[in-house]
Ligand binder design. Sequence first.
Ligand SMILES: C[S@@+](CC[C@H](N)C(=O)[O-])C[C@H]1O[C@@H](n2cnc3c(N)ncnc32)[C@H](O)[C@@H]1O
Length: 220
Amino acid sequence: MAVLDPRLKELIDGFHEPLDDELKKLRDANESDGVPLIMRETEGVLHLLLDLIRPMHILELGTAYGYSSLFFTKLLPETHVTTVERNPFMIEKANEVFAKHSESCRIDLREGDALETLLTLRDEMSANKDKYDFVFIDAAKSHYRDFLDIIEDITTEDAYIVCDNILLKGWLVDRQGKEAKRHRTNIKYMRQFLDYIKDRDDLEVTILSCGDGMAVIKRK
Ligand SMILES: C[S@@+](CC[C@H](N)C(=O)[O-])C[C@H]1O[C@@H](n2cnc3c(N)ncnc32)[C@H](O)[C@@H]1O
C-alpha cells in the first residue's frame, strides 16, 4: 500500500524542479543506486516551509549520502546544518559528496547514533551554543518519541520540527501484508508517537499525507 495513488504521485513528481544541476545529478545517482533520500514531494514541502521560515540552524537526523543537507545549505545560503548519521558507509559517501561542494563548510556531520548524539548536542547547548530553529527527523522510525523529548531541549521556542515517514507506506492502517508484518515494531512505535503528539495540548501538529507522510510540529 502506498500513501498516495502512484498515478497521482507521478503527476505531483512532474512538478519537481531541482534547485540546481548538482542536486539534480545527486538525486538521479541516489535514485538509480537505491540510496535513501527525501522523496520529491517531501522536498517540495520542505522547500516551501524553509522558504517561509528561513531558519538559521537546522538539525537533521539521518544523513545518508547528504542529499537533503546539501539541499538545505543550497536553499539557505547563510544557514548552518548539523546532520547525524551512524552508518560508516553512508558517512564515507556523505563526506565524499560534501568534499565536492563549497556549501559543505556550513554542514557539521556528526557520526554516531541519533539518540546519543542528541544527548551530546544537549550537553553542548549548556555552553551557550545557538539552539536549532528547524529539525528534520529522517532516521530510526521507532525512536521518534525518544528524539522529541531531547529535541525540545535544544530548539528555540518557535522552532519547527518536521518528521518524515510517519505514515510508513500506509502500513499504519493496513498491517496485513508481508512487508507490514516485517515492520511491525516500527508501526507500533510510530503509532505511539502519533498518539503522543496528538495528546500534547501544547503542540500544534499538522499531518501531511504527501511523500511517506510528514508531521510538522510547533509549540503553541
Ligand atoms: C532515509 S535516510 C536519510 C536520507 C537523507 N535525509 C536524504 O534525504 O538525503 C535515513 C538514514 O538514517 C540513518 N540512520 C538510521 N538509524 C539511525 C540512528 N539511530 N542514528 C543515526 N542514523 C541513523 C540510516 O543509516 C540512513 O542513512
